[in-house]
Design a protein around this ligand. Structure first.
Ligand code: MZP
Length: 500
């Protein structure tokens, strides 16, 4: 007879936290959100930590190199999506690793033969008042001058005037080279009262700019996630088909950690990938596995050598796996069960294998709940898809700005490897949808707001660290009537906002 679990599986919206005693020391500024990303032995430290418990989903519509830089800057980590060619994924990883914070690729460029009118058109298009003049008009051509609004007067000059006649020529420019550090660049900018400093290579080709206006934003990132060479850290998704070729390319490109991306991870296919990594690289290469939703699946992957285990089936905002196949589990129950298995495994073996709650975060407080229920960190898709930094188009729908967000199991992503069970190399049916999510602005603003709520709630619970929250949180189930009580109710709202 089949095994029946008589308790229903539940999700975050069905729980609340009950406050604990908060001492005067329990203030948001004292909260640390540092959390282990990979397994470690009792008495030792994890080799990789996150400074905030957030990773971005292994999805085409979420995690490219731009997202990875923005999230690492805030202390989290992106897993660059694997549903692309090995070459283009490795290039994205390499771009993150070679990214120099504060050094911006020039996106307003012109040739010396262009005219004042071309400058005005370009300024209108990009909104930038500094234009690099390069021999071929490209972002990486030989730098021959710079044009800023101080170089021309529209009322006194003919629109046909050639750029070379009014630009500030290279001979008069102050510039940096490949060896210039960000601190040196900023010092040069301040000492010479410049607005920007062009950086060139030994052949006078333009590499990047450092801008005065960015100075403060680079001073503000004390949580940024960097490796021992001060490069941003980045992860990458892999699959159980082409891993023997993909993994070496990603490691060569500089990926700090890998994760097997699969809708269902309790399988021999994942075991084979983990064995491949351990045989070829020992413990040097870090790799997570998943997804699972119970203790049995966790133990299997932990015993196969996974560095972390990802939890969640069917809870993603764009996921229709539960409807299509009837498999999955409420995300809260899945996390609670897997966290129990992780703790038992730790007691037995002395090895702590972190778990990641993947998918289903709708409100900021769900992040705190997931951590309190035992997650060490989270993976989010919809959340990050809403930001400027996600790779998708921003569109206006009925007067509201939206960003596109599609599932890896949708026909659009065509990521059959994620759903692969060793059969035909195709997606037999869709397990995800193509959708829009409301545009929300910059990653930095949103992440700092969400985490300020997490820190505040942790203080209400009397906890200053994630392990303290996991140990001491008091969590209660809520009835559907008390959920109604939790929102604004029995009042007539003065503005037109809808309470959703
Ligand atoms: P969410 O944060 O948008 O709710 O969920 C993101 C997670 O959904 C991803 O990390 C991944 O595990 C899962 N996902 C991605 N694509 C699909 C799909 O097409 C999916 N079904 O379920």
């Amino acid at each position: 007879m089949a095994i029946f679990m008589n308790e229903p599986s539940r999700t975050f919206g069905e729980y609340l936290l009950i406050p604990g005693y908060s001492s005067a020391n329990c203030i948001p500024a004292n909260v640390s959100l540092k959390t282990p990303l990979v397994k470690f032995k009792k008495g030792e430290e994890a080799e990789i930590f996150l400074n905030i418990p957030m990773t971005s989903a292994i999805m085409q519509s979420v995690s490219d190199d731009k997202m990875a830089v923005a999230l690492a800057r805030e202390g989290g980590l992106s897993f660059i999506y694997g549903s692309q060619s090995i070459e283009s994924q490795a290039e994205m990883v390499a771009r993150v690793k070679s990214y120099r914070a504060g050094f911006v690729n020039s996106d307003s460029n012109i040739s010396p033969e262009s005219t004042l009118n071309d400058i005005l058109v370009l300024k209108e298009k990009t909104g930038h008042s500094t234009v690099a003049v390069t021999d071929d008009g490209s972002a990486t051509g030989k730098l021959v001058g710079i044009v800023t609004s101080r170089d021309y007067r529209v009322s006194r000059m003919s629109p046909d005037t050639k750029v070379k006649e009014f630009m500030t020529p290279f001979e008069d420019l102050i510039y940096g080279d490949e060896t210039t550090t960000l601190k040196e660049a900023n010092d040069i900018i301040w000492e010479n009262k410049l607005n920007c400093l062009p950086i060139i290579d030994k052949n006078q080709k333009l590499m990047s700019f450092v801008f005065r206006k960015d100075y403060n934003s680079h001073k503000n990132n004390e949580l940024e996630l960097i490796d021992s060479s001060k490069r941003y850290m980045v992860g990458a998704g892999i699959n159980t088909r082409d891993y023997a070729q993909r993994i070496p390319a990603l490691i060569e490109a500089g990926a700090d950690v890998l994760c097997i991306d699969s809708s269902e991870g309790y399988s021999e296919w994942q075991k084979r990938v983990l064995e491949f990594v351990r045989e070829k690289y020992g413990d040097k290469v870090k790799i997570g596995a998943g997804n699972v939703v119970d203790g049995e699946g966790f133990r299997f992957l932990a015993e196969c050598g996974a560095d972390f285990v990802k939890v969640g089936i069917g809870g993603g905002a764009i996921c229709i796996t539960r409807e299509q196949k009837g498999i999955g589990r409420g995300q809260a129950t899945a996390i609670i069960e897997v966290a129990k298995a992780r703790d038992e495994y730790y007691k037995e073996t002395g090895v702590y294998v972190p778990i990641c709650s993947d998918g289903g975060i709708v409100h900021d407080y769900h992040i705190t709940l997931a951590l309190a229920m035992g997650a060490d960190f989270l993976m989010l898709g919809r959340y990050f898809a809403r930001f400027d930094e996600s790779p998708t188009k921003k569109v206006n729908i009925n007067g509201n700005f939206m960003k596109e967000y599609w599932g890896e199991g949708s026909a659009r992503a065509r990521n059959w490897q994620r759903y692969d069970l060793g059969g035909a190399e195709k997606l037999s049916f869709e397990e995800g949808v193509d959708s829009f999510v409301p545009y929300a602005g910059s990653l930095k603003d949103n992440v700092s707001l969400s985490l300020s709520k997490v820190r505040s709630t942790m203080c209400n619970c009397g906890c200053l660290t994630i392990p303290e929250l996991q140990k001491n949180a008091k969590i209660t189930l809520v009835s559907s009537t008390s959920i109604v009580e939790g929102g604004a109710h029995d009042v007539l709202l003065k503005d037109n906002r809808q309470i959703l």
